[in-house]
Each structure stands twice: as C-alpha cells, then as structure tokens.
Design a protein around this ligand. Structure first.
Ligand SMILES: Cc1cc2nc3c(=O)[nH]c(=O)nc-3n(C[C@H](O)[C@H](O)[C@H](O)COP(=O)(O)O)c2cc1C
Length: 409
C-alpha cells in the first residue's frame, strides 16, 4: 500500500487491485486502485477504507502504523458510502475498535446497521455539516446521492481544499508511477482517459442525472484538489476531471468520439462477409473502429466502446427466430447502462424466417434507448452484391453522422 501526501495533514493510502471481477462482473484488464484518506488535525480521521478480503484490512493497518497511526488511536471513520469495496474492512475495524465514532449520511447509517449491526457512535450528517479535527482542520460533508450508491457523500477538508470525492471523479487503472495529474506523462494521461471512460461507463453511466448534480455541487465548493476513491488525484487542474465527467454524461446521451463500435457475432461467417466489406470502407474513411466479437469480448470493454463511440454497428445473424444471443445480451447491457441516442446500423444473415432485427428493436424499445437506426438489413445466406451495396450506403450515412456528432462533442 502506497502512502502519498496529498496536502498538509492529508495522506492517501492507495493499493492496486488486479485479477478481480469488479462488482463481481467487470473484468478489469488494467486493475483498479482503492484509495483511503487519512486526515490529521489534533484528532485523526480516516475517510473510506478498503474491501474486507483476507489480508487487505491488515495491509491498511500496516500502512497506518508506518505513518505512526495505530488503529486504536483513530478518532473518526468517515464513511463516504457503504459499498463494500470501501467499507468491507469495517467488520475487522469494529472488532479492534468497536467504539470508533463514525460519520456517515443518514442512508449510510442505515446500511451500517444492515451490514454490521452498527448503530452506536454513528453520527448522521446532513448536507454541509462539519467536523472539527482541531488545529484548523475542519471537514465538511456534501451529499451526492445516487452517485453509484444512494448514500454517497463527498468530504471536503476546508483547510487545504481537498475533496475526497468517493466514487465521483474515479477511474479504473492501477497506478504505478504518478499519483497526481501533474506528474503524468502523456502516456499516463491517455491511459487514464481510457480507464476513466471504462470506469464511468461500467459503474456510473446509469446515474448521469445524479452525476450532473454532483458536478454542480462541486462547483459551489472551494475545491483545490480532487481526491477520489479510485484512480489518480487531480491537484494542478481539478476542473479537468470535472470537465471530463461532464463530457462522459454526454457520451451516455448519444454524443461520442469519432469512432464506431462494432458489436458482432457470426456462427458460420455469413454476417462476417458483409462486416469485412464494411471494415474496408471504414478504413478508407479513416474512422477508428472497436471490433467487439461477442461473446469473446469482455463486458467491460464492450460497454466502454459503445459508450464512447459516436456510432454503433450491430452485425449479427438470426438464431432461433431472434438476435444472436451474445449480441442480444450485450445490447441489453448497454440498455441497463442507459446508453441512449446512439447513431446505429444493423445488418445480419438469416436462413429462412429472419427475426434478429425484431428482437433488437424490442431490446432498444424496452430499455428506452432511442438509438437512431437506419433501415435494418436482414439478408438470406451469403450477402449478395445488392446486399453489400445497401450495407455500404448505410455505413456511409453513419460515417456522416459520426463526423457531425464528434465535431459537436
Ligand atoms: C442454431 C441455429 C439457429 C438458427 N435459427 C434461425 C432462425 O430461427 N431463423 C432463420 O432465419 N435462420 C436461422 N438460422 C440460420 C442462420 O441465421 C443462417 O445460417 C445465417 O446464415 C447464419 O449467419 P452467420 O454465419 O453469420 O452466423 C439458424 C442457424 C443456426 C445454426
């Protein structure tokens, strides 16, 4: 666990977690950090902790001891939210120091009771409440409900302007070198742009309207440093991550980069023949593509690619009167994440009845996704010359839309 001084009296204790399925489902190719914060005035508070897995709370205790803080000497635990990646350690903490005073939102307090039977010494805070740690260190609490979990709040150290923002402004990606935005190489910046999008699309996208409120709330505070629960700390230009989050809200509403996400599957290569034709066109048009063959592609990559692209191509055959199941599941997942208003094209092969488009349109409708599809094309067997011409015309139309959307974004 790495101890990084963020500002006077504020330390980040950060660990990389790899080889996990985050939330039990997201296969994170590049890992994620869990960041806890220790704030010291005359009293000491820890803001968010770690997951409760074997050995992990102990890693946090070692890191605390190395900075001269015994777990028994902690005065306060601030729970920004109760998701177990940051609160799982409570079970262990409460065994060591059952009388620790916990500051939490009203909703977190209810969850503390549900998860850990903890009701005593819990202070329920309202928006704007403060906690004085002495020596000029005053923490204030700012509710950000439904930024991932309903109980979420952000904690501000008013002395240094450090906002410990919990899941808000977070990013996936392990940290090896630079913990701060101003220490990052261009390569690190590009890495965290991608991992930020992966995080937002996988974890936050469903809650866009609440994220907007949290951005607006941040703007009303005197914030100099943004220190999230996952990912790097933004101290040279905290508004950059706020602007990025603003941009990501737009991606979830149909905006996107000048890129096309291609969600495809093909049992015997018939749909793939048409797709190969499309790929040649897109290469000529110099449009970047994300080729996601389902079910080979991970959910995490798939959702992130659809989310950030201005256009989507769905290329998949009919299977038992419906859309090829792995592609149907992927579109449904994008629907759960409320990825709406994407410019899109569908084509796919069938043998006799067809039916893929019917199910695809039902999934779009059911999830209220409002994707803007051109005329869908189900062709029989191998694509013929006229099928390829139709596909080509649709893809050229999509390219136009993608360029226009990306120019606005
Ligand atoms: C298991 C299975 C189920 C199928 N079900 C249907 C169907 O319900 N309706 C239909 O028109 N074609 C159906 N087909 C035919 C395929 O859609 C057809 O072979 C198509 O060319 C496959 O395209 P692909 O090679 O891109 O997967 C089915 C094929 C398989 C292997």
């Amino acid at each position: 666990m790495k101890n990084v001084k963020i500002a006077d009296g504020v330390h980040m204790l950060s660990m990389n977690v790899e080889d996990i399925l985050f939330e039990g489902m997201w296969d994170l190719a590049n890992g994620v950090t869990l960041n806890s914060y220790v704030v010291q005035g005359e009293k000491t508070a820890i803001v968010d902790g770690v997951i409760g897995w074997d050995g992990i709370p102990e890693t946090l205790y070692d890191a605390l001891e190395k900075m001269g803080v015994k777990i028994e000497d902690l005065d306060y635990a601030i729970v920004n939210h109760m998701e177990p990646d940051h609160s799982g350690w409570m079970e262990s903490l409460l065994k060591i120091k059952g009388d620790i005073r916990i500051y939490a939102s009203q909703k977190s307090a209810a969850l503390l009771d549900q998860f850990f039977d903890k009701t005593e010494n819990v202070v329920m805070v309202k928006d704007g409440d403060t906690l004085d740690l002495g020596a000029g260190k005053v923490l204030s609490f700012h509710l950000a409900p439904n930024v991932h979990w309903p109980d979420t709040m952000m904690t501000l150290d008013n002395q240094t302007g450090t906002l410990m923002s919990c899941d808000m402004y977070g990013s996936f990606g392990k940290i090896e070198n630079s913990y701060f935005d101003d220490e990052m190489s261009d390569q690190d910046k590009a890495f965290f742009e991608e991992e930020g999008i992966r995080y937002y699309s996988n974890v936050m996208a469903t809650f866009g309207s609440f994220v907007q409120k949290a951005i607006d709330k941040t703007k009303g505070l005197d914030v100099k440093i943004i220190a999230p629960g996952h990912g790097p700390v933004y101290r040279s230009n905290p508004s950059e991550i706020m602007d990025n989050y603003q941009r990501y809200i737009g991606y979830g509403e149909g905006k996107g980069k000048r890129e096309i996400a291609i969600l495809w599957g093909s049992m015997y290569g018939m749909t793939k023949k048409a797709l190969d034709h499309v790929l040649k066109i897109l290469e000529k048009e110099a449009i970047s593509v994300h080729l996601m063959e389902m079910p080979r592609c991970t959910e995490s990559d798939m959702v992130a690619a659809i989310f950030k692209s201005a256009g989507v191509i769905v290329a998949a055959p009919t299977y038992e009167y419906k859309l090829f199941p792995p592609v149907a599941a992927a579109i449904d997942e994008a629907g759960r994440k409320k990825i709406t208003n994407k410019a899109a094209v569908y084509f796919g092969s069938c043998g006799w009845s067809g039916g893929a488009w019917k199910e695809l349109s039902q999934i779009i409708e059911r999830n209220n996704m409002k994707w803007d599809f051109d005329e869908p094309l189900e062709f029989k067997g191998s694509p013929h010359e006229e099928d390829l011409k139709k596909v080509e015309a649709q893809v050229m139309e999509l390219v136009k839309k993608v360029r226009a959307i990306a120019n606005e974004a």
